[in-house]
Design a protein around this ligand. Structure first.
Ligand SMILES: [Zn+2]
Length: 284
């Protein structure tokens, strides 16, 4: 069974964790080909709403739902989507970080082996008492927070983190906080809240351990799920349309039928065609 590490709580308070995916097709590749900018949280929301066919009792899964998933749940879905579309094995190009070595290598790893931390305490909000005695309540960050803050994060990280905390802290003492009050919290108090959020949030490991075959030393390399996922999927729109044309020309399938195929399936038919045409040309 496919289960989100965290889960989505609907307006009625029901938690939905089980999900069903539809693999990526030419349609999603087309969407990505026309977005030239770096992958954004909004794009993740969009892709997930197209490819998560069902989440618990929720179907169709709208952008409003995928936007409000926890940060780690969204990462987890991207990984599983990659697995469903292109298989489990990932080939990462790494460089040995030891200065005197610097060997380039390609390392295969399995998506199923990426460590995922589920947190058993799945509450819609959490309460904690700060060292100073003040009680605060907060929720965990979601894609909606990422969408709103990603631009500000690039411009001014400290300001964006304050804004994130303002969105996630639901209560300070017995009052709902205004942004000024969150910004005015002492640094130590903010740190305590952030620390507790990290403890309670599910996690998808975004590093991988590798061993250099040249110098034999081990190292930890970053594995940025967003960059990996979108980098691998990035298709040149011209190539995509040429492939569609090629298949439509020979098989007389409609554009819609071809675009509904996964990339692997499309490429399989192209390979079969290429082989057949080669046989015909050689007169066999
Ligand atoms: Zn090395």
């Amino acid at each position: 069974m496919n289960l989100l590490p965290g889960g989505y709580r609907d307006a009625g308070g029901v938690l939905h964790r089980e999900f069903e995916l539809a693999p990526l097709t030419g349609r999603e590749e087309e969407l990505l080909a026309h977005r030239s900018a770096a992958p954004t949280a909004a794009l993740v929301t969009d892709v997930l709403s197209r490819c998560v066919a069902r989440l618990g009792a929720i179907s169709p899964v709208t952008q409003d739902v995928t936007r409000h998933l926890l940060v780690a749940d969204r990462l987890y879905l991207l990984l599983r989507l990659r697995q469903a579309t292109f298989g489990d094995v990932v080939r990462a190009a790494l460089t040995c970080p030891w200065a005197e070595c610097g060997e380039q290598m390609s390392v295969d790893f399995s998506i199923a082996d990426v460590p995922v931390d589920e947190q058993p305490d799945r509450a819609p909000q959490y309460a904690m008492t700060l060292s100073g005695g003040t009680e605060v309540a907060f929720r965990l960050p979601t894609g909606a927070d990422q969408e709103l803050l990603s631009e500000r994060l690039a411009a001014n990280e400290a300001e964006a983190l304050t804004a994130l905390l303002s969105r996630c802290v639901l209560r300070i003492g017995d009052r709902p906080p205004d942004p000024d009050r969150v910004a005015a919290l002492p640094a130590a108090a903010r740190l305590e809240i952030e620390e507790r959020m990290r403890e309670l949030a599910p996690k998808v490991e975004q590093t991988l351990a590798a061993r250099c075959a040249e110098c034999g030393r081990t190292f930890v390399a970053p594995f940025d799920v967003h960059r990996f996922f979108f980098g691998e999927l990035r298709t040149d729109a011209t190539v995509l349309y040429q492939e569609v044309h090629y298949l439509a020309y020979h098989y007389h399938w409609s554009e819609g039928e071809i675009m509904a195929m996964t990339r692997d399936k499309r490429h399989t038919y192209i390979d079969v065609l290429a082989d057949t045409i080669e046989v015909l040309n050689s007169g066999a």
